[in-house]
Design a protein around this ligand. Sequence first.
Ligand code: SF4
Length: 885
Amino acid sequence: MPTETRTTCPYCGVGCGVIATTDNKGAVSVRGDPDHPANFGRLCSKGTALAETIDLDGRILHPQIDGQRASWDAALDLVASHFTETIAEHGPDSVAFYVSGQLLTEDYYVANKLMKGFIGSANIDTNSRLCMSSSVAGHVRAFGADTVPGAYEDIELADLVILAGSNLAWCHPVIYQRLAAAKAARPGMKIVVIDPRRTVTADIADLHLAIRPDGDVALFMGLLAHVAGTVAIDQNYIGEHTNGFAEAFAAASALSHSDLLDLTGLPSMQLRQFYRLFAESEKVVTCYSQGVNQSASGTDKVNAIINCHLATGRIGRPGMGPFSLTGQPNAMGGREVGGLANMLAAHMAVESPENCDRVQRFWQSPRIARKPGLKAVDMFRAVADGRIKALWIMATNPVVSMPDADAVATALAACPFVVVSDVLRQTDTTAYAHVLLPSRGWGEKNGTVTNSERRISRQRDFLPSPGDAKADWWQMAEVGRRMGFADTFSFSSAAEIFAEHAALSALENDGSRDFDIGAHAQADSAAYDAMTPFQWPQPRHTSPRITRFFGDGGFFHADGKARFVAVGVTISDRTSADFPFTLNTGRIRDQWHTMTRTGKSARLSAHIAEPFAEIHPRDALEIGVASAALVEIESPYGKAVVRALVTDRQARGSLFVPMHWNDQFAARARIDAVVAPRTDPVSGQPASKNVAVVARPFPVAFYGFAISVTKPSDLDAAYWAMAKAEGGWRLELGFDMAPQDWTAWCRRYFSVPADIEPLGYVDAQSGDLRLAFFDGDRLLAALFVARQPVAVARNWAIEQLTVQHSELARRFAVVAGRPDAGRMDPGATVCSCFGVGVNQIVAAVHGGCHSVETVGKALSAGTNCGSCRAEIRGIIDGCLAAAAE
Ligand code: SF4
């Protein structure tokens, strides 16, 4: 009988419930859990494709020491002895853990306990530092604790939803689906998108504010000054529950209207429209994400937003409040246990002696960290300059994701001892590991995660652990035991760890701390296994319910009041004559982080198969970059080469490049190597969305496109980007000069046997070349080369890897690079779930399908996960507008 397991998606902070079904033969399929309150059965394209990413290809299955297979005992003994000796010789702060929002809460708990309670340093930081630490800092400043006040249903209940620095349609797709459905049901609901880029999310906005980079603080200061002069101001709430309004208002009112126009770059009419909408809408939710957080003024942005909600008392009531949307699946869980270097545990600040004493007592630990540790950027600086001599990296890929990523690679290369726990053998970071430890992946591990609305859900195992893979918490507990703390790190299950975590949250907590899940402190394995998703807080003797904070005050500063923060504007324009563009980095719809998992899915890679830079048409013209040509982007820190995507969705003077690509999938597209290591002074979060760069054409003598059933490696080409495709791999290429022999080049990189002769041609005059290699009826590889970007129907060409080519006409069609008569090129993939391309959608629109629903009926596109519905709507609008001209 097939078995069903209720678990949670491992990608974004929405935290969707997933039902994984394993059939009699062990095949896994997934669907959304209709009973999970985050998604009610919905999944986005990434969640829908989860079953395609759980194969063992590329997995590390056994511990390795210096690249050689080792036993767990040998590897753990080495880690424990090396950390112990380093601490003995250089002190606790000479070692560090760099962990991840991909870890489960139980993993995080053990890592934090080992570092802060037993090693005695706070040098544990998480990659969540890169995604939402400005929200944490803003919450703590305003509320006295890192508290997200509301729940997802507030977004549906609001009359006005503001999306600040959030491409919700691509980055939190199921929340976007819930919002879009709410707006469809209640068209009076208004949506405002604040983003320098016209993203697909902006397509459902009633108002898109194409703000200047980092103009948000000024925008919300202006809003505070505006609402103060309207009936929207809530003097009772301000008087009873807050402090500091006068100072914040004085700072905000110091900006004149013309200052606001200048600082935000917005037209006066739009500014007034936004302010009026906010003032007139009682139920308003402001969702914010990386566009707010990843900034040198990220914490001020968060407080500028919160100030407006405090001033109107619109917080913690249904349909109202500021709402930080976290990037990672368990960024919130990491915050709860103290995975950030400036938090102790269970939302207790490390600076408080009372907290330190309480936690030390609870842990019965020999020592306790009493000062904040190094935040991510500073941590890798300390690795580089030798202050940190032993580093353990867990479930993250900093050589791709950290700013100034080349410097991170250099630091790791020089570090005396690097341990990496991962599921994959080969990532840009595992290359630097002295000890590589095999971790369990999604479907194999067991624990909890917390989503953006404070909802704790179980991730459950439904697959056996492959090889010697072990839970991350087990690895750390074993090292703790071997470092001499055997009694304390004797955990035998995730359930035991969770119960301890819950007990700590409730310890001497009379409501003075927000994070309290004491109701689970006695949970045994059976209760843990049966746990259903619940929102915190859930103190002892209480039942799960929808929870909100601060509707009636009750803040966590000592006086119980919130703080307005008198923020000020800082210089946001970083450009100069040498670096005239502003680089903005971010995510795309169908990839997750550094592609180590989503890159395994051909379906997900079909949406966007290559790294790109969005550039405005006039900018492209001025710097001489043609559409689909290659562009080099450079800052004082590094360079990247990507495809130019010329579009007026991008504002003039700025570029957008996705953060996903790494050295496994492209020659030089690690865009974080270009990002400056500039951070917010309060939160330490890097400013990954406002980087001064120069962009220029990246000249190549020949462009190429290739398909191959085998995966090429060590490609000899000036530019390459590869992606998994159905039946093999697809490659985009650029060559400085022609190889001596194109056929030999193909044989080498596509593993074509020597006895298979190519079908094709070379046009010596134009430089065009086409080579296709067939083994009987089967296409093994094909290469298309031209002096201009290659015009080949990509998706149709990829299909040729999986079809029979018994007729000569079909083989010649492959060489021609286009379908033979009667067949259609589907065009670039829009709907990943059903493999529907843009040309098919355009044809359907021309055939009379003028709505997303009718396109869905005709082609099924957009009818499964719905992640592409915004793009389908855009294609329909474009076709109809063109027809009306
Ligand atoms: Fe996973 Fe998508 Fe849900 Fe995020 S929105 S948790 S990626 S299914």
